[in-house]
Design a protein around this ligand. Structure first.
Ligand code: SF4
Ligand code: SF4
Length: 341
């Protein structure tokens, strides 16, 4: 697939053309923060953002979605099949989406996620401005060398645009007349990637990601779980901002006629007190230390055992979202590596 080099004017013309043809979800400033939202004009797009408050997964697995509608005659599934572009996704968030693709395709494949995902074209953009808490460099997710449909990298005042799939090639078709990237441009891109692997380390993990599963497996009874969770409000914010968290709840909303209604899926989070409450009133993670420990073991051990990937991409959102400052995975993993004390 080709790699084009385009200036700011060509970038603007390209995105203008995309907005005219389909829904483009791009990062925009919201006060002093950034968020993904439908783009009405190219000038609102901010590829220099540090981190988006909510991960772009929200457009693939929405916080609240209708799965089916029912009435006395039967039911129909509700499936979203509108094409859209997710523009400017950082490599760590793209890595999280690639993990979600595996989760939602295994076992009973989730058609709601998969059909929406099939309609999405992913334009990944290298980080220009590291956020305050990012540690993607420690998790091997600062750079996405493969995957996504289009890869954008800023070099000087220009952008390199690499199409990486058939969907990507279709998206960049209008750039056919732009010059191909020269070997020197590719060298600059490599330097950007090397720099980002070093820069996106605002917290330094002292263990290799591959060693985390074994470390967590032997830390089940570590005192840190009890100690830190004393300050946990069970608010679930660390779950809700996380790009790799995908747990959900399903409920039936029945209308006043008591015959028709909707089946709705909403985000859920393992740090919430009622997450593990089951029929009969038993809660199998009733205590805060149990829930607090579970979040780390789930991400670093249990999901690794299933998919051979650590379910933390180092975006750092949970660190900033936790008002009581106890949700930093790096701090916990480094503490575990020191051994029990
Ligand atoms: S656990 Fe925290 S740092 Fe890791 S992916 Fe989730 S929100 Fe980001
Ligand atoms: S954000 Fe902090 S206080 Fe809230 S559930 Fe997570 S660890 Fe507990």
């Amino acid at each position: 697939m080709s790699i084009k080099k385009i200036g700011p004017a060509a970038l603007e013309r390209w995105v203008d053309g995309l907005i005219g043809r389909q829904t483009v979800i791009g990062v925009q400033a919201k006060g002093d923060k950034f968020a993904f939202a439908p783009l009405a004009k190219t000038s609102a797009l901010r590829l220099d953002y540090d981190v988006a408050v909510t991960a772009p997964k929200a457009f693939l697995q929405p916080p609240c979605e209708t799965l089916l509608r029912f009435n006395p005659k039967g039911y129909e599934s509700v499936v979203d099949e509108q094409p859209f572009v997710l523009f400017g996704v950082h490599p760590y968030d793209a890595a999280a989406i690639l993990q979600m693709d595996v989760v939602f395709a295994e076992g009973q494949a989730d058609i709601h996620y998969l059909k929406r995902r099939a309609q999405a074209t992913l334009v990944v953009s290298d980080v220009q401005q590291p956020s305050a808490n990012v540690f993607a460099g420690c998790m091997n997710t600062a750079v996405l060398e493969q995957g996504g449909d289009v890869m954008l990298t800023r070099i000087g005042d220009a952008y390199l645009v690499e199409s990486r799939s058939d969907k990507g090639a279709a998206l960049v078709k209008s750039l056919a007349g732009e010059p191909d990237a020269a070997p020197a441009d590719l060298q600059l891109r490599k330097k950007t990637w090397d720099d980002n692997r070093k820069r996106l380390r605002r917290h330094e993990l002292k263990v290799k990601p591959g060693d985390l599963p074994a470390l967590l497996a032997r830390s089940y009874d570590h005192p840190v779980w009890e100690e830190k969770s004393k300050r946990c409000f069970s608010c679930g914010s660390c779950n809700l901002v996380c790009p790799t968290c995908y747990c959900f709840n399903v409920r039936d909303d029945v209308r006043w006629d008591l015959q028709s209604g909707e089946r709705v899926r909403t985000w859920d989070g393992c740090m919430l007190a009622e997450f593990a409450l089951v029929a009969g009133g038993h809660n199998f993670r009733k205590k805060k230390p149990e829930r607090y420990r579970h979040r780390y073991l789930r991400k670093g051990q249990y999901l690794f055992e299933q998919h051979r990937q650590i379910a933390c991409v180092g975006c750092g959102r949970c660190i900033g979202a936790c008002v009581t400052k106890i949700a930093n995975p790096v701090e916990i993993y480094n503490r575990l590596a020191e051994g029990p004390r």
